[in-house]
Design a protein around this ligand. Structure first.
Ligand code: AMP
Length: 280
């Protein structure tokens, strides 16, 4: 496995790989890798000849009061996991090399990114779209793999890829969970033992909504109320949002007729966790 830091070197290598007629798969991450990330590497491996994992804690997608400075990092462990997973190229640029000091061009998505996490984290998806567009131009992938865990991000990036005509297939990987159901996240390390236990309410709340839906409930309001009640039972949990939205438009729905996305963000202590389910 080759480790590359310089963005232009990354682009030169990607051009050479393409010139050799090989297909490139990219898995963008912020590192502190877990089995969720590695599942995306497998999906890229199955579809392409050369897999690039990008590791970049992107400053432009963090708000001023968010956890950029303390975001968990362990480069050596990440590199070892990439080697075992069969990553060919680990692209880990420095922030200073990715953004010119006077950078003034950004990519904004103006519909799907408005609600949900976009409402709680102003500027977040502008940062995500901008960095992913740059990673696409540096890695020149045929396929890019993202996790369903970040449901809104996946939909926003699909839209960006379509609307800006990137010749890239976007592949989604399912949410990988801990044995007890908590969605894997690099941020789970922030949780104390007690908070880790209480964090299970996210999955229980989604499970309860799904159970009610399967039993025939189609109104959004009672599903939301049931989830709120469940989450209220965990004293460390504070709801940021629970939304039931159309799976395509991400507009809130009152009735679940078409496929609907239930997405939630909950603070457990100081840690903001997200999870979701699609009901169809
Ligand atoms: P992150 O490093 O958290 O920015 O995530 C990088 C990629 O991994 C994104 O496409 C995420 O959606 C995906 N990802 C993170 N956690 C999981 C998970 N538990 N299951 C599947 N994909 C995940």
């Amino acid at each position: 496995m080759q480790i590359i830091q310089d963005p232009l070197e990354m682009q030169q290598i990607a051009l050479a790989v393409r010139a050799a007629g090989k297909r490139i798969g990219v898995v963008p991450t912020m590192g502190f890798l877990h089995a969720g990330h590695l599942s995306l590497v497998r999906l890229a491996r199955e579809r392409t000849d050369v897999v690039i994992l990008t590791l970049f804690v992107n400053p432009t997608q963090f708000g001023p009061k968010e956890d950029l400075a303390k975001y968990p990092r362990d480069f050596e462990r990440d590199a070892a996991q990439c080697r075992v997973a069969g990553v060919d190229l680990l692209f880990a640029p420095e922030a200073g090399a990715m953004y010119a000091p006077d950078a003034s061009v950004y990519v904004t998505e103006e519909k799907l990114s408005r609600g949900l996490c976009g409402a709680s984290r102003p500027g977040h998806f502008r940062g995500v779209c901008t960095v992913v567009a740059k990673l696409f131009n540096l890695c020149l992938p045929h396929v890019a793999v993202f996790g369903a865990k970040d449901a809104q991000q996946l939909r926003v990036l699909r839209r960006m890829t379509r609307d800006l005509n990137f010749p890239i297939e976007i592949v989604a990987g399912p949410i990988i969970r801990e044995p007890d159901g908590l969605a894997m996240s690099s941020r789970n390390v922030y949780l104390s033992a007690d908070e880790r236990q209480q964090a299970l309410v996210l999955q229980s709340a989604l499970g309860e909504a799904e159970r009610l839906f399967r039993a025939g409930e189609r109104a959004a309001a009672p599903l939301k109320t049931a989830m709120e009640h469940l989450i209220a039972q965990a004293p460390a949990a504070k709801i940021d949002y629970i939304e039931i939205v159309d799976d395509d438009s991400l507009e809130p729905v009152a009735t679940l007729e078409k496929p609907a996305l239930i997405a939630l963000a909950v603070f457990v202590g100081k840690t903001r966790l997200i999870d979701n389910v699609v009901l169809r």
